[in-house]
Write a protein that binds this ligand. Structure first.
Ligand code: GDP
Ligand code: K
Length: 273
């Protein structure tokens, strides 16, 4: 059976450039069923049995745009063998927001940090080794525009996919105690409905009151009421709504990472203060 690599990333991260570089002329372009969102698929150059699925450019896996819904449904229903997450290295902070969500989905992830030519030109230093260790996945620096590192990124994907079919979706950062408490209860109430490695992702979505996901899981009223009770307790304790709680936890985590692992070259102005 063919191996499937899904390309995911923010708009303008260089995903199309990478996709073209990897697939050459073997592309198929159509639409995702039911929506006018472009679906692009291709075969890895020189590998008939490796399919590259180019997901739409997205900032999040929330239910608010057709691009996001198509992408998340593809990832949870079709379960590609691996996600190649392309992040714009010159805009790391913003791009890692999607990464934090992809890491929870239970599929192995390789991160390609793109635009390394820009990163180098501006004198920014990113500690990719530390970042890789922190988020628990392989990271490959690439410059898609010049085809640099792109084959290495794909080879890393093939290697990782060969080793494991799933990843531990518990990202090594801790949501606040009350959030983890609510998530544990939600996870318990859906563990018979979904695969083990997908429980976490679904639980976070239900915690965010994502109604498309509640529908998809065919949740009964009683269980939903039980979950809502835990959600309300958590919101009361943290004095915020659950969607903001999750969003803020992700941004706080990214901020901590970036503070530690990205060193921007100081401009002359800053040096002379
Ligand atoms: P997409 O929206 O993610 O598909 O992004 P595109 O592939 O269309 O790229 C967005 C812009 O970034 C284009 O102008 C590309 O030529 C440029 N680009 C892509 N990769 C790189 C790169 O590695 N370095 C530089 N400097 N530009 C890049
Ligand atoms: K574009």
């Amino acid at each position: 059976m063919a191996l499937k690599i899904a390309l995911a990333g923010n708009p303008n991260c260089g995903k199309s450039t990478l996709f073209n570089d990897l697939t050459g002329s073997t592309q198929y372009v159509g639409n995702w069923p039911g929506v006018t969102v472009e679906k692009k698929e291709g075969k890895l150059k020189g590998h008939k049995d490796v399919i590259i699925e180019d997901l739409p450019g997205i900032y999040s896996l929330s239910p608010y745009s057709p691009e996001e819904v198509v992408s998340r449904n593809y990832l949870i229903d079709e379960k590609p063998d691996i996600i190649l997450d392309i992040v714009d290295g010159s805009n790391l902070e913003r791009n890692l927001y999607l990464t934090t969500q992809l890491l929870e989905i239970g599929i192995p992830v390789v991160v390609a940090v793109n635009m390394m030519d820009v990163v180098e030109k501006t004198g920014t230093k990113i500690d990719l080794q530390a970042l890789s260790k922190e988020i628990g996945c392989e990271i490959v620096p690439i410059t898609a525009l010049h085809g640099q590192g792109t084959m290495e990124a794909v080879e890393k994907c093939l290697k990782v996919a060969e080793k494991s079919k799933e990843r531990d979706p518990r990202v090594p950062y801790v949501y606040d105690g009350p959030v983890e408490h609510a998530l544990a209860h939600i996870e318990e109430s859906i563990e018979n409905k979904v695969e083990d490695n997908q429980v976490r992702w679904y639980a976070v979505k239900l915690f965010e009151r994502d109604s498309l996901i509640a529908q998809k899981l065919n949740m009964d009223k009683q269980t939903m009421a039980h979950i809502e009770g835990h959600i309300k307790d958590c919101e009361k304790e943290l004095d915020d709504d659950t969607e903001s709680i999750i969003t803020n936890a992700r941004y706080d985590y990214i901020q901590r990472i970036v503070d530690r692992m990205v060193k921007k070259k100081q401009s002359k102005d800053q040096l002379t203060v």
